[in-house]
Design a binder for this molecule. Structure first.
Ligand code: CA
Length: 239
């Protein structure tokens, strides 16, 4: 694997420098941004960023807002930095689609392990998507098309929804296991690689977003059913 490129988005210079030295000691290339505008600029100029580590408290747009924008058109792995006591930020961050979070003050050893694991997982996942793409260009069900290459969902009317990572992974997993009940724990693991913990509503939030796409067609049949006490089931008709 070539050296990974990590972008740090943090306005506190002390923290940024500490992260930078930890990552450089591990052999990663490090880029730095002070706020969201700088982050966007760096992403535009560097197409090869593998991972972003971003503080939530930033001048201008905060990290949660930036993450939501990022997730709409980027698939870069994302880790949040949060304050120790801010449970709400942690939960929101994961729901928006961050892959992990690190609590400040952080332990450098733990941080490097989490980073390494996430980079490995992202790489394996990209290989998996390539394998899927070699098998099929798209999946069709109930007039909808899931396009593998662009990770988009196209409605029977031709409206295109570019899917954030978690939504794409969930739909792909549903389609590959039609009719089978998926528990929240299974779905979360497929979507994020995380173990399900109390208060983690990521799966339900993601399903709600997916259903919103499907509901753009009036009187559409149910495509993802809630199985009470168990999880969710894909009931679309795959063509
Ligand atoms: Ca900050």
């Amino acid at each position: 694997m070539s050296t990974a490129n990590i972008l740090i988005v943090e306005d506190e210079l002390v923290t940024r420098n500490m992260l930078k030295s930890v990552f450089e000691a591990e052999g990663y290339n490090v880029l730095e941004a002070n706020d969201g505008d700088q982050m966007q600029q760096i992403i535009k100029e560097n197409s090869n960023i593998n991972l972003i580590i971003m503080d939530i408290n930033l001048p201008g747009k905060n990290g949660l807002l930036l993450a939501r924008e990022l997730r709409e058109n980027q698939n870069i792995a994302l880790i949040f930095l949060t304050g120790r006591d801010n449970e709400v930020d942690k939960i929101l961050g994961l729901e928006i689609g961050a892959d992990d979070y690190i609590t400040k003050p952080f332990n450098p050893r733990e941080l490097t392990i989490r980073i390494r694991n996430l980079l490995t997982r992202t790489m394996q996942e990209n290989l998996y998507f390539e394998e899927v793409r070699e098998k099929v260009e798209n999946y069709k069900f109930n007039g909808w098309t899931l396009e593998i290459d662009s990770r988009s969902l196209i409605s029977p009317n031709g409206d295109l929804f570019k899917l954030p990572r978690s939504e794409f992974r969930a739909i792909l997993h549903f389609i590959e296991n039609p009719g089978k009940i998926q528990t929240r724990a299974e779905l979360l693991l497929k979507m994020t690689g995380r173990e399900l913990k109390a208060h983690d509503r990521t799966v339900d939030v993601t399903i709600r977003r997916i259903r919103k796409h499907f509901e753009s067609i009036p009187e559409a049949p149910e495509i993802i059913a809630t199985i009470h006490g168990e999880g969710y089931r894909f009931c679309g008709q795959i063509e």
